[in-house]
Structures are given as structure tokens and as C-alpha cells.
Design a binder for this molecule. Structure first.
Ligand code: GLU
Length: 470
């Protein structure tokens, strides 16, 4: 099989969408190209005293808005092409959900399973130092976040390294997002991507006009869902779908796939994996060795939430789902996408569907720049105002609300409620904007092309308005 070129695949989606517009070729080329990429090698001392040389990158795809934004991936399989492709997806993703950033992505070519926590800390701090010293990081320049193989722990090390170098900057904490709550992070960031996916799926499934051509009933209740990947993204979307009444009929992690048509509780499966090391032996489920088995499961909704290039020309004809909700970045090759389109499968594309992470990163960055937790100023004021209003209603109507009823109405604002409501608002508004684009532009028949079309328009417009293309 020829080697996949991920950046070229993103470019094919871009070109397909650009063909429906009338932007001049030079402007389109500026939007499509990856503006800058910094590649570097650095030494890392292993615990046994030996030295490894590690390769790393940071790609800044588009500077039409600053800072640029995107995660850092630690993976032994990463290469420059992948980093550029993921940075490009970040540009379009931010534009689609109207988050004011250009796109970026970083990567370090290491296998985290083969390193101790101390070694990973040394790698992370050295990587951050390299970015800082080359002006590839900073709250106004480029703001990294977690991605595959990294999480809140790494982001805390990065923030600490930044503060050690640039501690006199008042907004230093806004240099990275996805930090632990105690280190300037925000409530709800850990589950944000999965929660965003859940909001999208719930919105799509509520629409009878969407469901009818797919032969599905409305609502999440009873929908049969298969999820590939039980990491940060897959776990949360599976759990929220399960809690909303969907049936999680197949779940895969790297050890294999658990299948149970009666439904799997993702939290129980995660506990089982934590205890036993694999999906094998999960009570009541049939287990396949291959994580790819989840993709071909008998289901209504498939959520690939692992890595790129999972749905290909090879397996696309065997996919049984009527809806594909892309949790990972780049899970579907253009060839598979064409198969799904011809079979009338509804594909909800990565470039929109998994934007929940960067949306809540945006809220975290705003929190860091404003130096105040969401809800802190208005919480008590709002609570008193609600209670006063209920007092007036009680007096006017001569009724008395029970403490329970009052508690249902007067719900004090917390950071988490503000974040989740902002996330829901952003995901749903963007969905309707994509649908509106589809209706407005003759010939666009799929959500991916519509989403890219919207992104291209927004990025191109930003360049034109800045006078880059007078
Ligand atoms: N790595 C995530 C993504 O691919 C989040 C990026 C961010 O929060 O900046 O969207």
C-alpha cells in the first residue's frame, strides 16, 4: 500500500471545498500552505545514564489570527507530514467554531510507554524550552495543549518551564492550556472533546429530517454506538452517550474490541482495563483481538476516537454504521469518505466534531488572561436575584415553592456549568452554520465539504481584511 500523505489528504478536502467558492488562487494558496515549521533534535538523559536524541516539531499553519493554537503529540509514529496536517486541521477547526486562533501542532517522536515519568518530564521541559527560545510559544504567539500521549501533567511542566523563563510576564499562565485545575487550568477541559462530540450527536439525532433518510428514529435513546478508542476522547463520548440512553455495543482500546449488543457500561469497562490490562475477559462481552473490529461492528453510530487513517478504501464497504462521528483527527481517508458519501452515510467531520477540546482551551486561555475564575463575580449576585424573583412570584400567586423546587430553579453558577454551556452553545451554533453553508452553496452535499468551505471563507476573509491581499 502506498504511504499515506496526511497533509495531502487534508489538501484534497480543502481543494474540494475551495472549488465551490471564488477566492483567487493566490489567496487560496496562502490559506492552504503551512506558514512555518520548526524541527529540532535534542538530547535526553535516560535514567540509566545513556543519552537519546529525540526529534521534535512545532508547525504553525496559519498566522491569520494570533496566537496560533494546537496540541502536542508524543508518539513514536509521528512525522513532519503528520504535524503539518494536524496543524492545518487546527486552523480550519478554529475558524469553523469561531475561536480566534490560527492553527498549530507540535510533536515529539517518543514512545511514552518506554520512558519513566522523570524522563518524560525532562523531554517535555526541554521541548518547551526550545519552543520558548525560538519564539514558538507564548500567550500571544503560540499556545500548545494536550494531544495524543500528553495530558494535564505535561501541560503543568510546560507552564512551569515558561514561568521559569518568562515569569515576569503577567499573562504567562496563558502560554499553554489543558493545565491541571490547580495550575491555572479550567473545569471541564479533560472531558471537553468527548462532551463536544456528545452535544453534536445529540443535536443531529434530534433532527427528524436528518434521521429519516438514514432510516433511524430521532433521539439518542436506544441508538447503537460503537467507539474505537477509550482514551480522553472515546471514554467521555461513550460515557455521556451511555448516560443519555444510547447502547454502547462495541468499544475498542489498543488491546482489542469488546462487543456486547446489550450494551457496555464504559466506566465499568475502563475499570476492568485498569485492573486487568486489557478488554479481554470483560463480563458478558465477546472479545476480538483487533481494535479495528469496533469499526465494522453492527451499529447505528460509529465514533472513531483513536488515530488517523482508520477508515480506508479497504474497510469502508464493510462499515455498517449510518452515522460516523469523527472523534480522532483524520480517521477517514478521502477514498473512504467517497464510499460513505455514495452510500448515504452521514459523516460528521473531525474538523468540526472534535473541536470541543480547543473550545474549552479558549475558555481556559481567557480565564488566564482575565486572572479570574468563571462565575466568581456573579455567583452570589445571581443567586440572590433568582431568590428575590421567586419571592415576588410566591407573594403574587400566594403559593410557596418547596425547597426542592426552589433548588431546581436557583442553580448557582459554577465554572463547570459556565464552561459546559459555552461549549454546547459553540458546538451547536457551528453545526447550524455548517448546515446553512450547505443550503446556501449549490452542489455541496456533505458536512465535511461544507465545514471546509466555511473555514476557507473565514480565514480568507481575515487575510483580506488585514490587507494582506488588497
Ligand atoms: N489537541 C486538541 C485538538 O486536536 C486540542 C487542541 C487545543 O486545545 O489547543 O483539537
Amino acid at each position: 500500500m502506498p504511504e499515506r500523505r496526511f497533509f495531502a489528504d487534508v489538501g484534497r478536502y480543502f481543494d474540494r471545498a475551495a472549488a465551490f467558492g471564488s477566492h483567487p488562487p493566490g489567496l487560496l494558496a496562502q490559506v492552504r500552505h503551512c506558514n512555518s515549521i520548526y524541527r529540532f533534535d535534542f538530547p535526553v538523559r535516560r535514567n540509566d545514564g545513556s543519552i537519546d536524541v529525540v526529534r521534535a516539531w512545532r508547525a504553525e499553519h496559519s498566522h491569520h489570527k494570533l496566537p496560533v493554537k494546537g496540541g502536542i503529540r508524543f508518539s513514536p509514529h509521528v512525522d513532519e507530514d503528520e504535524v503539518m496536517a494536524l496543524a492545518a486541521l487546527m486552523t480550519y477547526k478554529c475558524a469553523i467554531v469561531d475561536v480566534p486562533y490560527g492553527g498549530a501542532k507540535g510533536a515529539v517522536c517518543i514512545d511514552v510507554r518506554e520512558h519513566t515519568a522523570e524522563e518524560i518530564e525532562r523531554v517535555t521541559r526541554r521541548y518547551a524550552y526550545e519552543l520558548i527560545s525560538k519564539n514558538f510559544m507564548g500567550p500571544a504567539v503560540d499556545v500548545p495543549a494536550p494531544d495524543l500521549g500528553t495530558g494535564a501533567r505535561e501541560m503543568a511542566w510546560i507552564a512551569d518551564t515558561y514561568q521559569a523563563v518568562r515569569g515576569d510576564q503577567i499573562d504567562a499562565l496563558g502560554c499553554v492550556t489543558g493545565k491541571p485545575l490547580s495550575q491555572g487550568g479550567i473545569a471541564g477541559r479533560g472531558e471537553a472533546t468527548g462532551r463536544g462530540l456528545f452535544y453534536v450527536l445529540r443535536e443531529v439525532c434530534a433532527d427528524a429530517d436528518e434521521m429519516a433518510p438514514l432510516g433511524l428514529s430521532t433521539g439518542l435513546d436506544g441508538k447503537r454506538v460503537a467507539v474505537q478508542g477509550l482514551g480522553k476522547v472515546g471514554y467521555w463520548v461513550a460515557r455521556l452517550c451511555h448516560e443519555a440512553g444510547a447502547r454502547i455495543v462495541a468499544v475498542a482500546d489498543i488491546s482489542g474490541t469488546a462487543v456486547d449488543p446489550r450494551g457496555i457500561d464504559p466506566a465499568a469497562l475502563r475499570r476492568h482495563i485498569a485492573d486487568s490490562g486489557s478488554v479481554a475477559g470483560f463480563p458478558g462481552a465477546a472479545v476480538h483481538d483487533s481494535p479495528a473490529a469496533a469499526l465494522e461492528a453492527d451499529c447505528d453510530v460509529l465514533i472513531p476516537a483513536a488515530v488517523e487513517n482508520q477508515l480506508t478504501a479497504d474497510n469502508a464497504p464493510r462499515i455498517q454504521a449510518r452515522i460516523i462521528l469523527e472523534g480522532a483527527n483524520g480517521p477517514t481517508t478521502p477514498e473512504a469518505d467517497a464510499v460513505f458519501q455514495s452510500r448515504g452515510v452521514l459523516v460528521i467531520p473531525d474538523v468540526y466534531a472534535n473541536a470541543g477540546g480547543v473550545i474549552v482551551s479558549y475558555f481556559e486561555w481567557l480565564k488566564n488572561l482575565s486572572h479570574v475564575r468563571f462565575g466568581r463575580l456573579e455567583r452570589r449576585y445571581q443567586e440572590r436575584a433568582d431568590n428575590r424573583l421567586l419571592d415576588v412570584i410566591e407573594t403574587a400567586t400566594g403559593t410557596t415553592l418547596s425547597a426542592d423546587d426552589r433548588g431546581q430553579i436557583v442553580t448557582p453558577i459554577s465554572e463547570l456549568t459556565v464552561v459546559n454551556s459555552g461549549l454546547e452553545e459553540t458546538m451547536i451554533t457551528a453545526y447550524h452554520k455548517i448546515r446553512e453553508t450547505m443550503r446556501a452553496v449549490d452542489g455541496i452535499e456533505d458536512l465535511r465539504t461544507a465545514a471546509f468551505h466555511l473555514a476557507i471563507d473565514r480565514v480568507a476573509e481575515a487575510y483580506v481584511q488585514r490587507g494582506v491581499f488588497p
